[in-house]
Design a protein around this ligand. Structure first.
Ligand code: GLY
Length: 357
């Protein structure tokens, strides 16, 4: 059994991001992944929406805002390393609502229908008004995953796909090695970044929350100055994320059905009806793809970051609805902890200790 410096368990967005951050700080890193293609990062829509998600003021909103601020530099680094465009687009997110809120969180920002449509024409007649968050943004999450993987491959990071980690072998409060489908693996430090699959490996309360999504494409004749939708629409039932290449991502259901696979007729019907209600011109689009993924949800729907019950295993999981957004800040604060034992304030706020993990 060859001993490695750091093993990252999980080859999804978090695993790849943390691995790259550690490698950039001079660490030798190995990634063990059961199935690189299954990661939640592929399935998401790529919204960077701390404000549109309506997070209450507090540590989670702070963390999400920090990560949104970190995005431009992180994207530049990834695009530089990989030579690939990741589709970061600070297009703003509009959150239209059918009802004028009685007690809005931020009444000063409420815009009526006429104000919203001056920014984005074409909203459906059921919209009463809403909020406009010009600093929220989006990234093409699949392009991001491709670029991240390409960036990882330009480094000395060892990526081992098809390895299922079955259990963590420990002695007192120390991990001695991992038992895997590919034998025993040993390292000085371990990072667990296994998203919705975390509970199969360690006693961490993370459950899958399925989301169904679909993609549309504008007909060629819809284009004039640009495509008809130029910002993200974050409705009360669905969100609509237009890409610059004419695709539109519509998401997402939120279902407590374990790892049930497949798109359902009801799920797709709900997404299409709500999307067309919110932006009627979508009715002319071609339906080009449907898919689903699993958000990693903790009981309080907040991430688990930092120390575990074992002195050499760090947790980075449970990002729920905000994994794409939180990737850059997670990479930074987990690397600070693993390399220097420097504890960002988020490690206190999002400690697994709140669940005894
Ligand atoms: N971030 C949006 C979602 O999880 O559906």
């Amino acid at each position: 059994m060859k001993a490695r410096e750091i093993i990252i368990v999980g080859g999804g967005l978090m695993g790849l991001t943390i691995a790259l951050e550690l490698q950039q700080r001079g660490q030798s890193v190995t990634i063990l992944s059961q199935n690189l293609a299954a990661a939640a990062g592929h399935a998401a829509a790529g919204m960077l929406a701390p404000q549109a998600e309506g997070l209450a003021p507090g540590p989670m909103l702070d963390l999400c805002l920090r990560s949104r601020s970190a995005y431009p530099a992180w994207v530049a680094q990834l695009e530089g390393l990989s030579g690939q465009f990741v589709g970061y687009w600070p297009c703003g997110i509009m959150a239209p609502n059918a009802d004028r809120p009685i007690a809005p969180d931020s009444p000063a920002d409420w815009q009526d229908y006429a104000q919203l449509t001056a920014t984005q024409p074409g909203l459906g007649p059921t919209v009463a008004g809403g909020w406009w968050f010009p600093e929220d943004a989006q990234v093409d999450n699949r392009a991001l995953m491709r670029a991240l993987f390409a960036a990882v491959q330009t480094t000395g990071i060892e990526v081992c796909d098809g390895i299922e980690v079955q259990s963590i072998a420990t002695q007192q409060n120390h991990v001695t090695h991992l038992e895997t489908s590919g034998g025993q693996w040993q390292a000085g430090q371990y990072v667990l970044a296994t998203g919705a699959w975390s509970q199969a490996i360690a006693p961490i309360p993370v459950q899958p929350r399925k989301g169904q999504l679909l993609a549309l494409r504008w007909p060629e004749n819809a284009r004039s100055e640009g495509w008809p939708l130029q910002c993200v629409l974050f409705g009360t039932e669905i969100y609509i994320v237009p890409r610059q290449d004419g695709r539109i991502i519509v998401g997402a259901t939120s279902e407590n059905v374990g790892f049930a696979t497949g798109n359902t007729a009801a799920g797709v019907q709900h997404l299409l009806n709500a999307a067309i209600r919110l932006f009627p011109a979508l009715a002319t689009c071609e339906l080009i793809e449907t898919w689903w993924g699993y958000r990693p949800a903790t009981p309080d729907e907040l991430p688990i970051l930092g120390a575990s019950q074992w002195d050499n295993l760090t947790l980075a999981t449970g990002h729920y609805r905000n994994g794409v957004l939180l990737a850059p800040i997670t990479g930074q604060i987990i690397a600070d902890w693993v390399v220097d034992r420097r504890a960002d304030r988020a490690l206190g706020d999002f400690s697994g200790g709140r669940f005894g993990a």
